[in-house]
Design a protein around this ligand. Sequence first.
Ligand SMILES: Cc1cc2nc3c(=O)[nH]c(=O)nc-3n(C[C@H](O)[C@H](O)[C@H](O)COP(=O)(O)OP(=O)(O)OC[C@H]3O[C@@H](n4cnc5c(N)ncnc54)[C@H](O)[C@@H]3O)c2cc1C
Length: 321
Amino acid sequence: MQDIYDLIIIGGGPGGIGSVVEAKVLGLKKVLLIEKTDNHSHTIRKFYKDKKRVDKDWQGQEVVLEGNVAFVDGTKESTLDYFDKLLDDEVIDSLFNCEVTKVEKEKGFFSVHTTRGAYQSTNIIVSIGRMGKPNKPHYKIPTSIRTQVNYNLDKCGNEEKILVVGGGDSAVEYACELSEANHVTLNYRRDTLGRPNPTNQAMIKDFSDKGRVILKLGVDIESVVNEQGKIRINFVDGSHQFYDRAIYAIGGTTPKDFLKACGVTLDEKGEPIFDDNYECETKGLYIAGDIAFASGGSIAIALNHGYRIVTHILNQRVKEE
Ligand SMILES: Cc1cc2nc3c(=O)[nH]c(=O)nc-3n(C[C@H](O)[C@H](O)[C@H](O)COP(=O)(O)OP(=O)(O)OC[C@H]3O[C@@H](n4cnc5c(N)ncnc54)[C@H](O)[C@@H]3O)c2cc1C
């Protein structure tokens, strides 16, 4: 008979790291962190540009940290270093390169099925984020230009004419960063860029005033076509422009199938149902981090989820004893 964990955490991003650290600090004995990729924080590694400024109050949301993780403003590198240190300092069982495929509850225990076997636990936190599947536009992207239409900066070169699509902090940061070596237009369907935090608002204003980023606001895209290897963007106002590359920074999707496979009930909009303690309809099953929001999570918010959930698990134990 395998050991039964007090808590298994699925996903090694900020939500998972916050949960694991709180679990150890607050006194849960047997805790296991399971991460699909070969290291923690895959979203940060894949979607943040190198040296990116990391803001604690992301998307303009001021967050007071409630738990034991002292996350502060920094850079991609300082944030990853800090998370490394947190995971090194705590005695944590972890499995990397291990993908969870489903979770079942039987006779009071959860069985977590993974690509490396099954593990049992009395509590589960699902914290797999939303960036496993970035949001895609509603119109078709022709297959012939798929490599020029991206959702992060991995493929970008220099001296390209690039359209960045989106109205949040990531879109603004991508546009300003790319403008160092490229000709960048930022397109957002609304008239104003109201979502980014004050630092990014000031940055995009400055870049736009200096002509380093062209703003095309208040107009949506109707279609995208391939015209002799260039991306032709047709806007709904009848205008069109050609680009070498388009980057969509429009968030991520709810991993509905995965949540269902974990036993999480979804509402009519396909979003997970959970209570004020982030506990789902199945007792002992929690969700943390970005998957708790249709949009607008942040690192600090995900860390707070970990603290609140672990506190709730411990309070439940006291009640049961
Ligand atoms: C470009 C960009 C810039 C951003 N900048 C900031 C910022 O400056 N400040 C800020 O606070 N927030 C920022 N954010 C938002 C922040 O990154 C997220 O809110 C945060 O990462 C959410 O943490 P999470 O743990 O919920 O999910 P994630 O960080 O997405 O982590 C989920 C983890 O789960 C793993 N996983 C997925 N599926 C499985 C599975 N089946 N089994 C096991 N593991 C699995 C993934 O590999 C990943 O490591 C930014 C986001 C983007 C896209």
